[in-house]
Design a protein around this ligand. Sequence first.
Ligand SMILES: Cc1cc2nc3c(=O)[nH]c(=O)nc-3n(C[C@H](O)[C@H](O)[C@H](O)COP(=O)(O)OP(=O)(O)OC[C@H]3O[C@@H](n4cnc5c(N)ncnc54)[C@H](O)[C@@H]3O)c2cc1C
Length: 1010
Amino acid sequence: MVLQAQPTTYEPKTQEIAKQLLAATRENRSFFASIRDQMRWDDKLLAWAMSNPGLRVQLFRFIDCLPALRSKPEIARHLQEYLGDESVELPTALKGMLNFANPDSMPGQVAATTVSTAVETLAHKYIAGENIQQTLKTIERLRKEKMAFTIDILGEAVITEAEAQSYLERYLDLMAQLAAASKNWKPVAQIDEADGEALPQVQVSVKLTAFYSQFDPLDAAGSAARVSDRIRTVLRKAKELGVSIHFDMEQYAYKDLIFSILKQVLQEEEFRSRTDVGVTVQAYLRDSERDTQDLIAWVKQRGYPLTVRLVKGAYWDQETIKAEQKHWQQPVFNDKAATDLNFEKITQLLLENHEYIYSAIGSHNVRSQAHAIAIAENLKIPRRRFEMQVLYGMGDKLAKALSDRGYRVRVYCPYGELLPGMAYLIRRLLENTANSSFLRQNLEERPIEELIVPPILREQGAGSRESGVGSRESERRSSPHSSLLTPHPFSPAADTDYAAVEAREQSQQAFQQVRQLFGKTYLPLVNGEYVSTEEIIDSVNPSNFSEVVGKVGLLSVEQAEQAMQAAKAAFPGWKNTPAKQRASILRKAGDLMELRRAELSAWIVLEVGKPVKEADAEVSEAIDFCRYYAAEMERLDAGYNYDVAGETNRYLYQPRGIAVVISPWNFPLAIATGMTVAALVAGNCTLLKPAETSSVIAAKLTEILVEAGFPKGVYQFVPGKGSKVGAHLVNHPDTHLIAFTGSREVGCRIYAEAAKVQPGQKHLKRVIAEMGGKNGMIVDESADLDQAVVGVVQSAFGYSGQKCSAASRVIVLDSVYDTFIHRLVEATRSLNIGATELPSTQVGPVIDGNAQARIREYIEQGRQEAKVALEIPSSDNGYFVNPTIFTEVPPTATIAQEEIFGPVVAVIRVKNFEEAIAVANGTDYALTGGLYSRTPSHIQMAQEQFEVGNLYINRTITGAIVARQPFGGFKMSGVGSKAGGPDYLLQFLEPRTVTENVQRQGFAPIEGAE
Ligand SMILES: Cc1cc2nc3c(=O)[nH]c(=O)nc-3n(C[C@H](O)[C@H](O)[C@H](O)COP(=O)(O)OP(=O)(O)OC[C@H]3O[C@@H](n4cnc5c(N)ncnc54)[C@H](O)[C@@H]3O)c2cc1C
């Protein structure tokens, strides 16, 4: 459906101005002429990228990696690896250039030089200078052309507190240098004054999240406190120097918090009357019209105007992908015309409120700018009240045409080195070469009428959504996502988006509710009854072990035996319950978990010391297990037919019998749920024995499974001592199947015990055991260190290293070793350590005193074997062991070989990639592994040779998602097929084949014959 926007009163004037501006931008240029004449490789690269989507992807990937490459042969090799990819059809000139046999050869060096020079030239088009001197020259040139500027410092991602401090200092220094230089500038009336008011000559653009390395909407108050101080410092300095400050807008997740922080600071008495400050609105966001209205209302109440820079938004691809991966509603419009239309609406809103808002219209789209001018001229808006803005290198001709019309034009000038500037360059290249981009369409000389037509909506939904109805809260969470990719066979649960204030409030309320239930007693469930026990244990909060989260009754062996008998009695009925019915109980359990999500997360946080976001992701995983295994059982229940004439063949599955599930404390809900519901949906009667330290959560799971409708005796909750009750059930002759997740030591023991045939036992037991890992992550010389450092920190120290998938070895190539270590140590030092209930906490305690003592022993061992690069003292009231990093660790050291299950990481130095793979594979385990690399041949080699059950490339190695990343390893990491994968349920079933001869006396119906 195509919807044309209602033409506004400004339309005729918009058209007229747009035509004039377009004519000016097209003067003296013809695209095809320029292609023909151009000899420069940078232009060629861009032209090829536009005409060849496969090449565009590979070329931009190569450009992204280029600054990390240190030598010509390296560059030549990567050129061949990226552009020689079979999927890419190369232009003849490029093919010829890449046709060298050896990257060390002369032709290889020539190719490397040509392309890297071209990319540098390309980068310099968008970067105002690599240092302040170059940047000052650019600014002075712009001023000669009557254009104002705003400066942005390009930088690496801020991942450490040292980097956040340095970001602040660099801005303070920049402002001082620019202010000093400005003293020598000749005034330019068109940009330095308006309506008799002198305007600041210097403006800088700042990214607020860079003021605090752990900026996180979940920790709204903590993040606000940390960045607000730095904002105040910048605002004070700016006032002293006569500089104006503009705040950029970043990813959607930060938007609400950025607005709220800025409003709060700018409302303070000291800053309330400041009018030399600006904020940014991104029109591609569905929330943006409402946000603009809120801003206007707030500015009115504040009483002093502010600048609002309106842009469409620079992170469209990233936002789209993130929402898709997280199963969140798209925060951005999916139709370019919807963004354009929204931009025009907000332009009008801002300009009509010019009494309160100084508008800065940031766009390279002639129509968008013309529309703004049409309104401004129509409303006779004073010049002080609006200006036009472009990015350096993006809209030079448009900027000139606007300036020639007498408008104040400001050019956004990023400055800094190429390497840190790469993310910015890639964003500009994407923007320039996208099919939908105005700049590209203008370059291709599309007909003028087409370029300046009012935005036409193609998405029916976009029409209503763009009206601003779709708030984040109503649209974003939990509603089924519209997949842009292949649909999944089941509907996955979306994690909570803590960027929404309601989600944070809900989480706080859940903590209060859960705390009120502290100390309550939970009893085992045997044959449908909660039974009293002689022994009762306390389960405590590892962040503060004086708090008893709950008391749990432990079964005696006799009671466990009663449970076993009840399971036996219930089995025939459950076995005969249709698989569909069993599946629907699972789905109900998943739905109940969704309803109790915040509460379940709170129990996880408080009973096993897992930070809030990770606890929430665990609830999603538990829900996914219910829904996925329900769908899987229905798939398997259909069986397979293999009929031939006169013979039917049925391949079917039946349950095995009695399943004993022994679940760990580290994923107290997800793993307990996964193993239990898999056994149940397959038709087995199931006894769940949780780890003692996480029994309260298992009791909550029990409440849910009972409410969902599992009959008595079918599901039983049997907490008890592992050495007594656990052993009794494992050794029991009536046990058919043991599903275990836990340590290698216990797993191996269960495997051995289960192999013994007990008196009266008429079957062999099946054991599914997920055990440990000694997971390694390789970081090679081409890795994006911003990503690698963050990924390693999260993988190693997330949940204090207590996930089976956690990274405990980092294998780093010599050439990047020192840089990597420096940033790893600083990034780890910047983490917040504390009670996991606090939203600021990234690293909490370990599970109990035994774990704490064992990990500390390993740390002592590490001191003998390697260098301590970081050790943070820990507090005493909880079971804390703070992150510890060992460097120069020999690959055979104990700390590089044994599973520690704590926040301890061993960093190993290797000479080359082959050695890295050999070291990675050099342990008894094969669970998870990771690689940070942008070298295609390394990625391929890792795919083929890195011996792990789950290999993650260029991302964290924890957080597997059901169906997407079925989870489990081999070697000493476990036996059985992957949880959350298509083979998992098979382990809980016995396959049978039934063949019937349906031929009688030579007669049987023959399909297709009369
Ligand atoms: C001075 C200045 C400052 C800036 N500051 C910021 C900032 O703080 N934060 C920020 O995010 N960006 C910022 N930008 C970048 C800006 O967002 C992009 O340059 C701008 O979106 C490009 O839009 P355009 O109007 O120039 O071009 P157009 O070609 O008309 O529009 C391209 C834009 O449309 C949107 N789009 C593309 N495809 C789709 C689709 N399928 N559905 C919906 N929308 C789509 C995207 O936003 C894309 O960037 C700034 C730009 C300028 C000029």
